[in-house]
Design a protein around this ligand. Structure first.
Ligand code: ADP
Ligand code: MG
Length: 285
């Protein structure tokens, strides 16, 4: 085993995955170093969620190897994996009206003893996770009594209560308005900066990802199209090709981060000019 593998928090080598006959990941290879904050971007259906499920040990690759801290994932039990990797899924539904604190305490389950009873220590870990996500005040409310943004922060708290080395998130800000999206990104950045947590974030928000993540992996049809710093990945040529629409990349004068825009105004104004021209033509007797 080479040294770089041992040093990676998680590494995929030649990973392919098929649902039945349909290969949705092809020969994916990358390694995430401990403490890295990596964004995974790519159009719908490019294989992002499948890739995350493989990294979480929920799915096994059809071929290739996944290692966690140098250990092949296939040799690890679910419980071993859950002690190191926490997942914030795209959507979470609860069939029972659990309180926020009960939900966060669920994150402790991989660490509990044989009888599965939480002790004072678990409660303390849950409290810290809820304070870090600003959800402690919600502890006695049921998940039906919190807003979308609060719910998502509770789910992040549950993941943190797991005390993972790696946090995987699948479009955690999808259902949120812009303020709550920014809140989640700031929270992730803070966790990354302060606790050195390794974070892999799937997101549709190219602008926020380009600002928050130090590295982006662009997936296209199940393959890695580009893997590098935001400046390397967020280019008009690459994104326009992969997203199959004209995209422009500018530099934010305030932060120096790339900003992606769609020249939709121009498309619309062209259309209205055309429409106007037709109208005018019609009016000509
Ligand atoms: P993304 O998250 O990038 O949108 P997914 O990993 O969800 O992509 O999906 C990749 C491809 O795999 C898509 O073509 C999707 O239709 C297919 N797919 C996803 N989940 C399943 C499943 N459970 N069974 C069969 N096909 C699936
Ligand atoms: Mg997805």
């Amino acid at each position: 085993m080479n040294e770089s593998k041992v040093q990676s928090a998680i590494a995929l080598e030649g990973v392919s995955f098929s649902y039945g006959e349909n290969e949705v990941l092809s020969n994916v290879t990358f390694a995430v170093a401990p403490g890295e904050f990596v964004g995974i971007i790519g159009p719908n259906g490019s294989g992002k969620s499948t890739l995350l499920r493989i990294m979480a040990g929920i799915l096994r690759p059809s071929s290739g190897v996944v290692t966690m801290a140098g250990r092949p994932m296939q040799n690890l039990s679910r419980r071993d994996i859950a002690r190191s990797v926490a997942v914030v899924p795209q959507e979470t539904t609860f069939v029972f009206p659990f309180t926020a604190l009960e939900v966060v305490l669920m994150g402790r389950s991989p660490h509990l003893g044989r009888f599965g009873i939480e002790g004072e220590d678990d409660l303390e870990v849950a409290r810290q996770a809820m304070q870090a996500t600003d959800t402690w005040f919600l502890r006695d409310r049921t998940m039906e009594e919190v807003s979308g943004g609060e719910k998502q922060r509770v789910i992040v708290a549950r993941a943190l209560a797991q005390k993972p080395e790696i946090l995987l998130l699948d479009e955690p800000t999808n259902a949120l308005d812009i303020r709550h999206q920014v809140d989640i990104y700031q929270l992730l950045q803070r966790l990354h900066d302060e606790s050195g947590l390794t974070i892999v974030l799937i997101s549709h928000d190219l602008n926020l990802s380009a600002r928050a993540c130090e590295r982006l992996i662009l997936l296209h049809r199940g393959r890695i199209k580009c893997d590098g710093g935001p400046d390397e990945v967020i280019t008009s040529a690459l994104l326009s090709e992969v997203y199959e629409t004209e995209l422009e990349v500018h530099t934010d004068p305030a932060t120096g981060a790339p900003i992606i825009t769609t020249p939709i105004d121009r498309a619309v104004s062209k259309k209205s000019q055309l429409f106007g021209a037709k109208e005018r033509q019609r009016k000509i007797p």
